[in-house]
Design a protein around this ligand. Sequence first.
Ligand SMILES: *Cc1c(COP(=O)(O)O)cnc(C)c1O
Length: 396
Amino acid sequence: MKPAILGGKPIRVYGLPYAKQYVDDDDCKAVNEVLRGDFLTTGPTAKQFEAVIADYVGAKYAVAFSNGTSALHAACYAAGIGKGDEVITTPMTFAASANCILYMGGTPVFADIDKETFNIDANEIAKNISNKTKAIIPVDYTGQSVDIDAIKDVVRGRDILIIEDAAHALGTKYKGVPVGKLADMTEFSFHPVKTITTGEGGMITTDNPEYYNKLINFRSHCITRDINQLENKNGGGWYYEQLDLGFNYRLTDFQAALGISQLKKIDWFISRRKEIVSKYNEAFDGLDGLILQKNPIFSDTTNHLYVVKLDLPKLKIDRKQMFEAFLAEGIGVFVHYIPVYWHPYYKNLGFQRGLCPNAEDLYNGLLTVPLFPAMSDEDVQDVIRAFYKLINYYRK
Ligand SMILES: *Cc1c(COP(=O)(O)O)cnc(C)c1O
């Protein structure tokens, strides 16, 4: 069959996106109720959302933020990251995982990924640890949990925190334990493409009361009315003090209402994603020209993303041409991610290409395949047909 990009008939006329939120009448009703209530922000619904997330992952505390990026920023603040501190993360991630280090004046250090799981490699972390290393920010790429025990082994006996970027991984379990109670702090994102959404939104979970207090303060300008924290204990009923430089990073109550309502559907979201992924795995396993992400047995993933690596030596075209060929078929593939340090901003900081060969090699063949709970079985079949059509056509 001739690819649509060469004038053949496309698999579908209406393009399928790579991801899409699922919002139903119950979600709208929940948001509407809060909109007509007394508190649009800093009210009881935001607190309730924190409580249900803490309960869901089994953490003592959860602090809601305006988005996942601000949540990561706050975690870096709570961790005490500052000038001269090095923080190790993966290059195969969204820029936020490294930007949050720079916000605090710290220095990002990129450790390469494992060739098979595509997650940060604990051995590469070990190689990059110095006496300046203050924290590790491992990312549960595509929702698959990092090998957190291996990372804990690497930092054991040193004063190094683990801030897990679990933006992809709400609902994922590591050795049967929910992601969110494994690291010193764990960040979640509720962007529309993530497991559940609040439009924009984020959360940090932790068991540590000291981090918890810092996170709460940072979210509201480090302004406090807590008598124990005030310098002047006789200020009066209106009195508050700003103790450090913070931000307004709060999540609104109507967004929290959406989050609470979305969380009620998470089991279905996850099981539908698993169903689709098992169809993809079955179909793509034997398709010569594709390399699949290995899912280790310790990780029970929510499958935020389904990525494949094109086996470029076996194909007649490169990733860019393949990407365009899929779009012409009406299949909205995407690419997650460009290695962070390839961005001009990071290049200008002095990072050079070649730093993490495995991540760069993955990027050159990487494609994100459409995956979201509201996909129909026909949508899934269209994606599989498009892969067979294009890979078979372009294989050497
Ligand atoms: C989505 C995401 C974040 C946070 O993004 P926000 O859009 O700010 O919520 C952080 N890290 C990774 C890996 C992400 O995918």
